[in-house]
Ligand binder design. Sequence first.
Ligand code: 76R
Length: 245
Amino acid sequence: AAEAVKTLDGWYCLHDMRTMDWTSWKKVSNEERLEAIEEFKELLTKWEAVEEAEKGSHALYKIVGQKADLMFMFLRPTMDELSDIETAFNKTKFAEFLIPAHSYVSVVELSQYSGNSSAEDPKTRERLYPILPKWDYVSFYPMDKRREGEENWYSLSFKERAKLLYEHSKTGRKYAGEVKQIITGSFGFDDWEWGVTLFAHDVLQLKKIVYEMRFDEVSALYGEFGAFFVGNHLPKANIDTYLHV
Ligand code: 76R
């Protein structure tokens, strides 16, 4: 059998997508809406304190299109904390106006193809326990590596896989400063093998990197992709405006 690559695994990750039930939201009194917004903002303040203490991170995006309206991305040291966040959020008044649209469970993953890095190294720590960049745009999608006939990623040798990923990383590095990627592994956790979360200042760079990577051998021959979610950042300061009806 081919040798599995060693991975360093960091914070656990939950992508939580919800659809806004505007009809119900519009029906309730202004007072009830304000109450729901205040309680939601208190929760956001709590999460901000966690991020401040570097015990996790989160980000909120408005998804464009009908797949969802909101996407929360949470990072926490344990799966239990993700579960607690989900439960606490579901108990809020605001959640009564949200319809679950999709979710994805994974863990920040660094595969060790180009030599082993130490989990103690500050640069590596920054990647395993990333404070999410609150850049203007996000794209999230799940992916697999193909296992079909001649195209079986899992029967390639370590050396072949390392070479293909080295080529892949060269494409990736062209987007330094433009696109920030967080790769999360989801073997045993969710329906696909990895989650890809890309952040950008210019939304077009998200299209460009994904397109250009399709031509890298690793994506061209072995990449299988799920549904894409693209969105705009929703900072706490803009929540009132977003929810105003
Ligand atoms: O960790 C590293 O930075 C080393 C090089 C590297 C690895 C090992 C790297 C670099 N990636 C690695 C692994 Mn990646 N990556 C994706 C996608 O849409 C597509 O076609 C693929 C989705 C993007 C956009 C992307 C971006 N990468 C992986 C793996 C795990 C493979 C395994 O373990 O078998 C996946 C699934 C994956 C997918 N990658 C980079 C980027 C970018 C922008 C870089 C350069 C990072 C930098 O050096 O700044």
